[in-house]
Design a protein around this ligand. Structure first.
Ligand code: DGJ
Length: 714
């Protein structure tokens, strides 16, 4: 005879752990996988059933007799009336999905759930992998049409989960050209919040991530961080039902008719990544940075991030071979290690109105040939990089004249240009073959170490062969990148899209760096790099010293400030050294030397951000063993008091003493306000407790002041 206990619906639990966190899924007889826990590491013998029971609710008024709890893959046919993780319909079907069976299996660090809807003929394989070292969760879904009619897919979330009960706020991002990563914090809204991007790129609006948090700070508070690794249209979403059930999701955004699964056909979602931090924004980086370094970034023989010199803001389209050689000489004098020839080098390209698609060197720009120029660059001790924009075509180009049907276009609609260009139909294999052949020959014929891969328009209309195809076109771009990488594994790729409109972990899987923003204004960059670096480690974020006054904002900014902000990234220069003062050139060369000296630390250590009481900003990279640190302390505006707040330094080894020195050149305010300059020149010793509590009183009250501090444990 079955006891009462036995009559309880059977629930199966699986858990995966990382060093600091656990992820627990429950699967009952209702075939709907539920999240039991995503957060702190549970005790090895934690009673998962009790944990689950603690969250169960009894019946209440005006709800279905069989309650429909929030789950990890909610669908409409099960009575879930919030945002479904999947929507679509079979020809002649009713558009409802309801799982009839489910199985769950755990491999060492992964949980797999296979859901089947036998009524309509559909299956979904859900996969969650918790990275054991960092606690970053990877979540993806594969959908298969088991019926004998087509399935029209409307929406599929890569990750869908109940929002944590402690989350009170949402930190999300918007952005525009040269204004990437504008942070907005709002209370988690009742109803729905969504950030939808239909531009065919990751977008300026923040590297597709959102943070659900409890008014977290730099070091404190809990955060659920979600990022969709996808370089095209997407939607991030949170919703709160009238009854209070809260869900968060991230997935590719599909246009009508875009994905139709033939009988037996499958669709694999992009991967979404998530982590739960118990220590604020820095805790999110503590999970993501080592994860990206170990599991996402392409493996390279030499991972040293060379100092780039990029010709764009130095020359734009106004150059010839002689002036470019001069620029290369000056770049080498500064200490640059890689010279990137930006836009304008190919056949007929004099401005942005023509020639995209004709990837052949323009002999009128380089009468002695590109090889002669590259030899010159190499003789100066630098390697050579080249700008390309493979997915684009100018209507005024040989390519377009030969293949006017190769661009993404919709019959009967005008071909709307943006920056005078159209997007090639990357869903077509003949287009990809052409681009592969063009770029492959460039890479075979010339000694090119790096491609700067640009993308300067929206993907609109994203139509291929009469159907919406944004998703297939982005996969086409990945395929082209992958094919070129296989053929030329030693060539680095930098991802750029009018600045920072293509920054996500799927592109970073293929690229060693991203161009964070077209603005090189150091004050704008402070904020843009701060937010981008929450997920992306500093060595991936291209950061260049630009001209002053800045060509985009018009601001005049001291060289120390420009150079120090660029130093906390993958440093480069994008300005004409011939237009700098001798003092600035010297200061820049000194900072490039400093970058080279410290990049091993900067690109491997723990990155910590914080602000002083009166709004000065600090960034620190500290080695894993806490033995060495480099700090940038700076401010954009005037401090409210001349006696600016001291800088306390968190995250040091509490038992240690550190020698603190202030690398030169010091900001101008030092001459008037620094106490004991001579002692600072030698470096001074403090214990970690006093550095963490009382801090250091550096003059930090003037606008555009930037100090560097170097700490070594003694
Ligand atoms: C946009 C990029 O963001 C710039 O850095 C530069 O490469 C231009 N395109 C060149 O056209």
């Amino acid at each position: 005879m079955r006891t009462e206990e036995d009559k309880r619906p059977m629930t199966h639990y699986e858990r995966i752990d990382s060093v600091h966190s656990s992820f627990v899924v429950a699967l009952g007889e209702d075939a709907s996988p539920r999240l039991v826990h995503f957060g702190r590491l549970l005790a090895p013998d934690a009673d998962l059933h009790a944990l689950d029971a603690a969250l169960k609710r009894g019946p209440r008024e005006s709800t279905p007799d069989a309650p429909v709890p929030a789950n990890l893959f909610p669908v409409s046919g099960s009575g879930w009336l919030g945002e479904p993780a999947l929507s679509g319909y079979h020809e002649n079907g009713d558009g409802l999905v309801c799982w009839s069976s489910a199985t769950m299996q755990r491999l060492t660090h992964e949980i797999h759930v296979v859901l089947r809807d036998d009524r309509i003929g559909l299956s979904a394989e859900l996969l969650w992998r918790l990275d054991p070292r960092t606690g970053v969760l990877a979540s993806s879904v594969r959908l298969t049409n088991l019926a004998d009619s087509d399935f029209h897919l409307y929406a599929l979330s890569s990750l869908s989960l109940p929002a944590p009960n402690w989350a009170s706020d949402l930190l999300a991002f918007s952005g525009d050209w040269s204004r990437e990563m504008q942070a907005h914090r709002t209370p988690l809204p009742t109803g729905e919040w969504s950030s939808t991007n239909r531009t065919g790129r990751t977008g300026f609006a923040g590297a597709s991530f959102a943070l659900l948090e409890d008014r977290a700070g730099d070091h404190t508070g809990r955060i659920l961080a979600i990022h969709l690794a996808w370089s095209g249209n997407h939607r991030l979403m949170t919703s709160t039902s009238p009854g209070g059930a809260r869900q968060a999701s991230a997935g590719v955004y599909l246009a009508p008719g875009e994905v139709v699964l033939r009988p037996g056909g499958s669709f694999a979602s992009p991967t979404a990544y998530a982590c739960v931090s118990q220590s604020g924004l820095n805790g999110v980086s503590d999970a993501f940075h080592p994860f990206v370094r170990a599991s996402i970034l392409p493996v390279r023989r030499d991972s040293t991030r060379k100092v780039h010199f990029n010709s764009w803001e130095a020359a734009y389209f106004s150059f010839d071979e002689t002036s470019m050689r001069r620029l290369a000489d000056q770049a080498a004098d500064l200490g640059a290690e890689r010279f990137i020839l930006d836009d304008g080098w190919f056949l007929g390209r004099r401005d942005d109105t023509s020639s995209l698609g004709d990837w052949r060197v323009d002999p009128s720009r380089f009468p002695s040939g590109l090889d002669a120029f590259i030899t010159h660059v190499k003789s100066l001790g630098m390697d050579f990089g080249l700008w390309v924009e493979p997915e684009m075509v100018s209507p005024d180009s040989d390519l377009y004249r030969a293949h006017p049907d190769w661009c993404a276009h919709a019959t009967g609609l005008a071909r709307r240009t943006m920056r005078n260009q159209l997007w090639l139909d990357m869903a077509r294999s003949d287009v990809r073959d052409y681009l592969f052949a063009q770029i492959d020959v460039l890479l075979r014929d010339h000694d090119i170490a790096c491609l700067k891969w640009d993308c300067n328009r929206f993907l609109d209309p994203a139509v291929s062969g009469g159907r919406q195809a944004a998703e297939r076109m982005i996969r086409g771009t990945y395929e082209l990148m992958d094919r070129l990488r296989r053929a030329h594994p030693e060539v680095d790729i930098e991802s750029c899209a009018s600045g920072g409109a293509r920054i996500d972990l799927e592109v970073v899987r293929r690229c060693m760096r991203v161009w964070t923003s077209d603005t090189t204004d150091a004050l704008e960059r402070l904020a843009i790099q701060r937010w981008s670096s929450i997920i992306f480690p500093m060595e991936t974020l291209g950061a260049h010293v630009g001209p002053s006054p800045n060509p985009i904002t018009g601001r005049t900014i001291p060289m120390e400030m420009r150079a120090r902000v660029a130093l906390f990234g993958h440093m480069g220069v994008e300005a004409d050294p011939g237009r700098m003062t001798e003092t600035d050139r010297k200061a820049l060369a000194d900072h490039i030397a400093l970058y080279k000296h410290h990049r091993g630390l900067l690109h491997s250590g723990r990155h910590v951000r914080w602000s002083t009481r009166d709004g000065a900003e600090a960034r620190m990279t500290i080695s894993e063993d806490q033995g060495e640190a480099l700090i940038l302390a700076c401010r954009a505006d005037v401090a409210s008091h001349a006696e600016s707040a001291p800088l306390s330094i968190p995250g040091l080894d509490p038992a240690a003493r550190y020698k603190v020195s202030l690398p030169t050149p010091w900001p101008q305010i030092a001459a008037r306000r620094l106490a004991d300059p001579n002692l600072w020149r030698e470096g001074r010793v403090f214990d970690a407790t006093s550095l963490g509590d009382a801090g250091l009183s550096l003059p930090l009250s003037d606008p555009q002041t930037a100090w560097l501090l170097h700490l070594t444990r003694i």
